[in-house]
Structures are given as C-alpha cells and as structure tokens.
Design a protein around this ligand. Structure first.
Ligand SMILES: [Mg+2]
Length: 357
C-alpha cells in the first residue's frame, strides 16, 4: 500500500439559512479526506494531501453515502503512483458508479498531495494562470424580496461585485427587481435550480431582461432537454446549464441549447474532470462557469484552482459558513486569490480529528 487515507466528518453551520428552489440548508455537512504517502515521511505538510466531499442530495449523496464508499475508493487507488492522476481518476470511476462528491474528495486529496510534492499550486499543475481566476459571484438565497435586497446591499458593502440570486417561487420578478435596485452596479446572475416549467421559464426570462441579468442558470428540470431548447430559443437572457451537465460527456447534448455550462468538482467527480468539463464546453463554443457546493474551503479550494480555466466563477461555497476548519483562496469579497502555495491552497485552521479509512 502506497497511499493511506483518513477521513473526518465536518458539519459547518451556515451564517444564515440558505434556501434554493429545492429546499433550505442551515448546516453544510461534508467529509474531509486526507492522504499520506507511506515511506515518504509521516505527516509533514509536504507529503499529505487534503480534499473534501461536499455531498448534494440532488446527486444522491449524503455524508453517510460518502463514508460508505470511501473504503472502496481508497483501496482502488492505494497502490497507485499518485503522480498518475489520470490513472487515479479512472480507478476511482471504475471502483464505484455515481458518488461523484466522494470520488472528488479522494481525487482532490491525491491532486493536493502530488502538487505539494512537485511544489506547484494545483492551478499551475493544471497549466492554468493563477492570476486569471474570474471574480466569484456571491449567492443570495431565496428570501422575501426586501430581505434579498438587504442582503444584496450588505454583499456589495462587503466588496462583492457579482451576485447570484436564487429564484423559484412566485415572487421571482419582484425579488430580482428589488435586488437590482439595491445593487445597481453589480453584475447579476439568476439560478432557478430546475424550478420552472418551460412556458413559465420563458415568461420569467423575458421579465428578467429588464434588469441586466448576465444569465439564467438551469431554468427547467435537468432531464427536460426539449424544454431547455424552447427556453434557449425564446429567452433574451443567456441560459446556463448546471444540473443538466455532470461531466464532459453531457456537453454535446446541450451545446445547441445553452450558452454557459456550469462545471463543479463535486458533481463531476474531481478537479480534473471539472476542468475537462470546462474545456468540453469551450470546445463546443460555449462559455463555462466553475461552481461549487456549499461547504468547507478544503473542498472549495479545488474549485478555485480550476476557476482560471473558465469565463465565470461561482466558488463562494465557504463564504456562506459561520465557521470552517479550513481557509482557502476565495476572499470575503469574492476575489479568488491564488498565491501559488503548493497544492490546492487550502489551509487547515482547526482541522478535525481523522480516522483511518
Ligand atoms: Mg446552479
């Protein structure tokens, strides 16, 4: 055995409840994974790697499902040379079907380990320009329009310049209007998280056009490809797909009915597969946004490392937390500051107690 894995469950309370079309979150639960190379010196920072699973029920995952497959994932790559990152990702995909956040945790930990060994930041390991990460949007959950507007004002006061507003109830138009009025200078995106039927989506998109909305994310359910086409053809606002794309293989199917593809480390199964999804979108003439789930910076840092490949970033997942055992490269004002420390650039502040996988 070359690679030894440990895991710890973490529960990070959110600074405020975060509501999207599917439901509300008050605590972000995840599983932090740490890997160590045997015979390369114990746990000095040079030879350990850290990643995190930020599981989403939308993709069938919880901390318990992550923990349930970690043993299989760990043994699938235990004898790999970690520098063989392609082989590691293939072995993880062969070991379990689905479970993308669990695979992402292990893949990220191995990427972090290798990058540290090579004394490169993860962005550099991917051949990306660390200075090229787009500014992250800051997410505003579904709330009554007045509260949403107040949160938008606070976000702008904290330095944010890009806002992403969650929608999906009957006050969407009013909420967008109030937020736009509260943050007239901000770039504004909207995310419906599959909430609308196509006819409603077209109506809402037409209404949103008055408020200078950059794009509308996942207006219709992921599997409604015909509905997506109808919205894309009729909406004056560009359309982004998130839930409809889980990896590079899904990109061709949406290439003629979307403008932007949202790639996430957690749904694609690791940072390298998220990068491949970004590049697949760009190869098909679309733009890409690197997104993330809500949770510890130990996980979000991997998304930040991939962000320079994309035109847009939405990597604020750790900014919504009240406490976080890790710190990362996404600043409180939405800047993604990759300063080329080796690895993912996540830093342990108050690391959890790990158990062997
Ligand atoms: Mg989304």
């Amino acid at each position: 055995v070359t690679l030894q894995f440990e895991a710890a469950r973490v529960a990070c309370p959110l600074a405020a409840p975060f509501r999207i079309a599917r439901g509300e979150t008050t605590t972000a639960e995840g599983v932090v994974v740490r890997v160590r190379e045997r015979d390369r010196g114990a746990t000095d920072g040079e030879t350990t790697g850290v990643g995190a699973a930020l599981p989403s029920r939308r993709y069938g995952e919880t901390p318990a499902t992550v923990e349930a497959v970690l043993g299989d994932l760990a043994s699938a790559v235990a004898d790999h040379d970690p520098r063989d990152r392609v082989g590691v990702d293939r072995a993880l995909a062969d070991a379990v079907t689905g479970h993308p956040a669990a695979r992402a945790a292990v893949s990220t930990a191995v990427h972090d380990l290798v990058a540290r060994r090579l004394e490169l930041s993860l962005a550099r390991l991917f051949g990306l320009d660390p200075a090229g990460a787009p500014r992250s949007s800051y997410s505003l959950g579904i709330a009554d329009p007045e509260t949403a507007a107040e949160r938008a004002r606070e976000a702008v006061a904290a330095g944010h310049r890009v806002l992403k507003l969650k929608v999906g109830d009957d006050r969407d138009r009013e909420r967008v209007e109030r937020v736009r009025a509260a943050a007239p200078e901000a770039r504004l995106r909207v995310d419906a998280n599959e909430a609308w039927r196509p006819r409603v989506a077209v109506e809402r998109c037409r209404a949103l056009a008055a408020f200078d909305v950059e794009f509308v994310e996942q207006p219709v359910p992921a599997d409604d490809r015909e509905g997506l086409r109808r919205v894309y053809e009729r909406s004056p606002v560009p359309v982004a797909v998130d839930e409809a794309v889980r990896g590079p293989a899904d990109v061709p199917g949406v290439a003629d009915r979307a403008d932007v593809v949202v790639a996430k480390v957690e749904k694609c199964g690791g940072p390298r597969r998220a990068l491949r999804t970004v590049e697949a979108a760009q190869d098909h003439g679309l733009s890409a946004m690197v997104g993330c789930m809500v949770g510890t910076a130990a996980g979000v840092a991997a998304s930040a490392a991939v962000a320079p490949a994309a035109e847009f970033a939405d990597v604020d997942g750790s900014l919504l937390l009240a406490t976080d055992p890790y710190d990362g490269p996404v600043r409180e004002d939405g800047r993604v500051v990759l300063d080329e420390r080796p690895g993912t650039e996540a830093v342990a502040v108050d690391p959890p107690a790990f158990d062997a996988v």
